[in-house]
Design a protein around this ligand. Structure first.
Ligand SMILES: N[C@@H](CCC(=O)N[C@@H](CS)C(=O)NCC(=O)O)C(=O)O
Length: 214
């Protein structure tokens, strides 16, 4: 049995849960992080020295870093579905990897202040100048994906096939297009929006990203 440690409102946990749903893999989930605590307990730190979520436990094997977990699930347990999500061809695989790396290194730090400012900060404490700056930074990132989608016509990030790139970026797109985070001046991205709406066809998206963001 696979075990995922992590609260279900964490974007990095959600990516993993969506991946598991795509692959049809059952898991046990244990709440941890923020209000649930646990992440500073010695037994949890032994699993994940960062004290972050998610952590995957697969028998004796333990793994942290959500995108690494997604890759592992595809390679270890995914079979043909795993190869569709994370293709074997080196060029196709590296193209998916670059979006996973880009999500971690570029998109996530850029949009963090928008999500935290609008969803996890009470209105009276919001610094709207910071929120707007984060919105601009996130918009610059989304413009890159808009251009990619417009150039090849979709339907997915890497073209014809739905891959891990759609999961990792789709979870963040939920934070961009969601009503919880809408502020004035957000640019329209038509190709991005069409892709985002297509993600709603996926059960994993509906299950894990359908509920209100918290
Ligand atoms: N790069 C890591 C980031 C992990 C991370 O920062 N997770 C956040 C939740 S999205 C966390 O653990 N926050 C502290 C907490 O929940 O207590 C990954 O992708 O797994």
């Amino acid at each position: 049995m696979l075990t995922v440690w992590g609260r279900r409102n964490s974007i990095n946990v959600i990516k993993v849960l969506w991946g598991l749903t795509e692959l049809g893999l059952p898991c046990e989930r244990i709440d941890a992080g923020m209000a649930f605590g646990r992440v500073n307990d010695p037994d949890y730190r032994a699993l994940n020295p960062n004290g972050r979520v998610p952590t995957l436990v697969d028998g004796d094997y333990v793994l942290w870093e959500s995108n690494a977990i997604l890759r592992y699930l595809c390679m270890r347990h995914g079979g043909a579905k795993g190869l569709a999500l994370y293709p074997a061809d080196p060029g196709a695989r590296a193209s998916v990897d670059r979006w996973l790396d880009w999500q971690l290194s570029t998109l996530s730090p850029a949009e963090r202040g928008l999500f935290w400012g609008m969803v996890r900060t009470p209105p009276e404490k919001r610094d709207m100048a910071q929120v707007r700056a984060a919105m601009q930074a996130a918009a610059e990132c989304w413009a890159i994906l808009e251009a990619q989608l417009a150039r090849h016509g979709g339907p997915y990030v890497e073209g014809a096939a739905f891959t891990l790139a759609d999961i990792a970026l789709g979870a963040y797109a939920r934070r961009w297009f969601g009503e919880e985070v809408r502020i004035e001046g957000m640019p329209e991205f038509p190709a991005l929006r069409a892709w985002y709406e297509r993600l709603g066809e996926h059960e994993g998206f509906r299950l894990w990203l359908g509920p209100r963001l918290t």
